[in-house]
Ligand binder design. Structure first.
Ligand code: IPT
Length: 963
């Protein structure tokens, strides 16, 4: 049986050979973006192509915007799977139910369209297969969704009344090659352009611009199918194409992205180029550029917009690059397909190292033990080669692109080997990446995803197993730090390894942005919200940015972990150390400042830190600071160091902080112990200082005039994070499900004893036992209340019973306060959340904000919002209103929210959470770390919250209205 074009394995018919993409031509072009006529059919439509014929009347059709996805414009709905193909696996066949969008667009040529020459019609991205007609004449068909496709159309154009018809199938044989973990989003989602091709116009050309770091010269050669001249006015260069010229230049790097304006002139066309000189090499087993080893501080970037899907506009792309630069990210892997071509122009201009990945993933075959994998089947090799060719041909002139990646999660096979061979031949000046083949026989680096710290360390030491070839290669983590929901945790410990072992050249956090789609009922939708038969839930929401590009705490943490300046401080000698962690740049673009603050409030002293601007990569300096001001009694002085940009740049504004750190100058003073007052009983009521208790339950009811909505009580539960829950396929212990099985989410509290005055005469002592049903595990808890008449002090002592085989989610007390106390102030870590292994961005200072703003809006609600290292916290009715003050000894984790952990745990979307009559306050002695187990390793041992005896205190007092 002969298969229709959309099901056969061929990459397409009728198109032009792939060539370079360039924006800078002086030839006329016409954008065909905009409103198109549109009709959706439930199947592939077969031979009925009447809509493409001349004179077809589409007046009754709907309209869609191109670029765009029809499923995001009211026709059908999106669907999300990670690895699973959402249709029966029978390659290359696809289901009969195959949503097909017919698109029609009429256009006239603009008045300045030249008479002679030819014309090319270019599609920059269509998912997943298209057949194209112009003025009733079929041009051909193509697959390869995130790749450009061109047709010669000059002979068919008319000055007026042209009709372009495009039939787009959601499913095609190409779908088997595009099983990336993302929404399936059909449509013409990138630009459609008509390009005039004058006589003598350029066709393909390849800019080779290398840099010799030993003599400081750059060598330029532009190979062009159509000969011409190349000029670089700034360098006085004027040479023929194909000819090399060597001149002194400033090199290009992601840190200093120096570009030279150049021009390629052929007989019929002038093309503006931007040339960056750099040499990529594997030198002594390391990835080097211009002779220096790189350390990738990277992210994986899918193209995503919460309303437009993968149809990204220029402003969004620029926002991505700016945000990455502002967060110290220096590299991007274009997971798992070439991005919109303009994105790479931005990487050249603003400076990012790029691993450019081919549009290829056959992950769903893993469920079949890789049986039938197209990557290892000769019939598919032309399609694979077509994808490699289109990627390299399109993007080869970008200095930012330093590594080609064959694709993601395709197993191993002949097709991949053929791609590698072709790429090596076409472009020997870049390195090759592919993670899926453990033999590394076709790659220049050993790449892994989600390897745990211990293994990464072994690799760093060269103690890894595997072939000798692989052991000689540099190592990168092409994916790590799974940023799903709250997290990822453990980034700091990875970074320490990368900085310690030369062979470890960094990694790429998974991933840049949550793919939550804007939804009227859910806020942001994820898998399953559109009634999909198969889906992978919120696994699609695993980014460092929320869907609307607000940085998540994970991104802020990562920014600090990878900051290019390291600070140290020795309080004894009063010296600060500053180390330059850039690979190329000195520190001349940064201005440094020191500040001493007492109790995070008064600006006691500050001044510039005279870091030598010429301090080079890897170099350190030690600087003596002026003495700190004498600390007032009971106050704590800290030192804050910042590095800010000295000048506005193309990626940030002037007030931008690149790096910061804070240190204790004086230790935290001891917290006074409130005792002396004796409890007084009247009926069932007990008064102790400002506290009012119920002697029958031992519970605190009120503090002065403030009535609590829930008494303080031991609490161990947190709404499990995606990283607590872990990925279902993981063999490792996953605590979220274990905790639930054990019953930590529904602990029983038994009151054993309420004792007045006995132990030490002035205390109210309450003894309890907290335990899960059906088990003999428990946490015996003694609450010991004392007061000095003004303050009320709670000392909690926890003694575990039984054989606890799990760590705890949290350990602390929770209290319910009236909803009116909706404004928080604290001295401790902030301004944002931080957990034991995610708190690099947490600065110990004084912070204040409404409780509503303390919430981190994860797409799927889960534990969030804890502030680390808190000395004291206040909840008031407003910034100056009355309320309650809580001092912790030792410092604690502070969380406040308008819903309970149980409500948070039950919520599936943000819109499920509505404020109640209580502000729930958690005062935690311990929190479990976060880890990365939603796809990677769990919490490191040092960040686990093991069950052990614990003692901690909180002192409560009424906070008076501030005048
Ligand atoms: C890995 C994929 O490469 C990536 O696309 C994404 O799915 C990520 O996981 C999880 O979000 S593959 C995984 C099986 C390690």
């Amino acid at each position: 049986m002969e298969l229709p074009y959309h099901e056969d394995v061929s990459p397409g018919t009728g198109g032009l050979p792939p060539r370079v993409w360039c924006a800078g031509s002086d030839a006329v072009s016409l954008s065909l973006n905009g409103s198109w006529r549109f009709r959706l059919s439930p199947g592939a439509c077969g031979p009925d192509e009447s809509f493409a014929a001349a004179g077809f009347d589409a007046a009754a059709w709907d309209e869609v915007v191109v670029p765009g996805h029809w499923v995001l414009q009211g026709h059908g709905s999106p669907l999300y799977t990670n690895q699973m193909y959402p249709f029966p696996v029978d390659p290359p066949r696809v289901p009969t139910e195959n949503p097909t969008g017919d698109h029609l667009r009429g256009f006239d040529l603009p008045a300045d369209w030249p008479a002679g020459g030819d014309a090319v019609l270019r599609f920059d991205g269509v998912e997943s297969c298209a057949r194209v007609w112009l003025n009733g004449t079929p041009l051909g068909d193509f697959k390869g969704s995130r790749l450009p496709h061109e047709f010669a159309v000059g002979h068919l154009l008319r000055p007026e009344g042209n009709v372009l018809a495009v039939r787009v199938h959601q499913w095609s044989s190409g779908s088997y090659l595009e099983d990336q973990d993302q929404w399936w989003l059909p449509g013409i989602f990138r630009d459609v352009t008509l390009l005039h091709r004058p006589e003598g116009a350029a066709r393909d050309f390849f800019t080779h611009a290398s840099y010799d770091h030993e003599d400081g010269t750059g060598t330029l050669r532009v190979d062009s199918e159509v000969p011409g001249r190349v000029t670089v006015p700034e360098l006085g260069v004027d040479v023929a194409t194909g000819e090399s010229v060597t001149v002194p230049v400033e090199p290009w790097s992601a840190e200093r992205p120096r570009l030279y304006d150049a021009e390629l002139a052929t007989a019929g066309e002038r093309i503006a180029l931007r040339v960056g000189f750099r040499t990529v090499a594997l030198t002594d087993g390391l990835i080097t550029v211009n002779g220096r080893p790189l350390l990738f501080r990277g992210v994986n970037r899918h193209e995503f917009h919460p309303e437009k899907g993968r149809a990204l506009d220029l402003a969004t792309m620029r926002a991505d690059v700016r945000l990455m630069k502002q967060h110290n990210i220096n590299a991007v892997r274009t997971s798992h397909y070439p991005p919109h071509p303009a994105f790479l122009d931005l990487c050249d201009e603003l400076g990012l190292w790029v691993i450019d990945e081919c549009d290829l993933e056959t992950h769903g075959f893993t469920m079949l033990g890789w049986r039938g994998n197209p990557a290892d089947d000769d019939r598919w090799t032309p399609a694979l080669l077509d994808r490699a060719t289109r990627t390299v041909q399109r993007d080869k002139n970008h200095p930012s692109v330093i590594v080609w990646s064959l694709g993601n999660e395709c197993g191993t096979g002949k097709g991949l080997r053929a791609m590698a061979a072709w790429i090596r031949e076409r472009d020997p000046d870049r390195l090759l990446h592919y993670e899926g083949d453990p033999s590394c026989r076709d790659t220049d680096m050993y790449s892994r995803m989600y390897a745990d710290h211990a293994e990464v360390e072994r690799i760093g030491r060269g103690e890894d197993e595997g072939s000798e070839t692989r052991r000689q290669l540099p190592f990168i983590l092409c994916e790590y730090g799974h940023a799903m929901g709250n997290g990822p945790g453990g980034l700091r410990e990875y970074q320490d390894l990368f900085e310690r072992y030369e062979r470890l050249q960094g990694g790429f956090v998974w991933e840049w942005i949550d793919h939550g789609l804007r939804h009227p009922a859910y806020g942001f939708a994820y898998g399953g919200d559109f009634g999909e038969e198969l889906h992978d839930g919120n696994f699609v929401a695993d980014g460092l940015c929320f869907p609307d590009r607000t940085p998540s705490p994970g991104l802020l943490d990562y920014k600090r972990v990878i900051q290019p300046v390291r600070f140290g401080y020795d309080p004894v000698s009063g010296t600060v150390s500053v180390t330059n962690l850039y690979a190329f740049a000195d520190l001349s673009e940064l201005a440094f400042e020191w500040t001493y603050l007492m109790d995070g409030a008064e600006r006691d002293a500050s001044g510039p830190l005279d870091v030598p601007p010429e301090l080079g990569p890897g170099e350190s300096v030690e600087l003596k600071l002026p003495d700190p001001p004498a600390a007032a009694s009971g106050a704590e002085t800290r030192l804050y160091l910042t590095a800010m940009v000295c000048e506005e740049t193309n990626w940030t504004s002037l007030d931008h902080v690149v790096a910061r750190a804070d240190f204790a100058v004086t230790p935290r003073p001891p917290v006074p112990v409130a005792t002396g007052e004796s409890p007084r009983r009247r009926g069932y009521d007990v008064a102790l200082g400002p506290g009012r208790f119920d002697v029958r339950t031992g519970e605190l009811r009120a503090l002065d005039t403030l009535t609590l909505t829930a008494a303080p009580r031991l609490d161990v539960w947190r709404a499990t994070t995606d990283n607590d829950d872990g990925a279902p396929w993981q063999p490792d212990t996953r605590y979220g499900p274990l905790w639930r099985k054990l019953g930590l989410d529904r602990m029983h509290h038994r009151l054993d004893d309420v004792e007045l005055g006995a132990s030490g005469a002035d205390a109210l002592t309450v003894r309890t036992r907290m335990a899960p049903a059906a088990r003999d595990l428990a946490l015996r808890t003694v609450y010991r209340w004392t007061s000095d008449g003004t303050d009320l002090r709670l000392a909690v002592s926890v003694t575990p019973e039984g054989d606890w085989e799990v760590p705890l989610p949290r350990l602390g007390v929770r209290i319910g306060l009236p909803a009116a106390l909706g404004y928080a102030q604290w001295f401790g870590g902030g301004p944002g959340e931080g957990y034991p292994d995610t708190k690099s961005a947490s600065t110990v200072s004084r912070w204040s904000m409404p409780v509503d703003r303390m919430q981190t809006p994860y797409v799927r609600p889960q534990e969030n919002g804890a502030r680390a290292d808190v000395r004291w916290a206040e909840l008031r009715t407003g910034i100056d209103g009355e309320g309650v003050r809580i001092v912790g000894d030792p410092a604690f984790w502070f969380t406040a929210r308008r819903w309970s952990s149980e409500q948070l745990d039950a919520a599936a979307h943000r819109t499920d959470l509505t404020p109640g009559d209580t502000v729930w306050v958690h005062l935690d002695h311990g929190q479990r770390g976060i880890g990365s187990q939603s796809c990677g390793p769990g919490v490191l041992p040092q960040h686990e919250l093991r069950v052990a005896p614990a003692e901690f205190t909180f002192t409560f007092s009424a906070a008076a209205r501030r005048r």
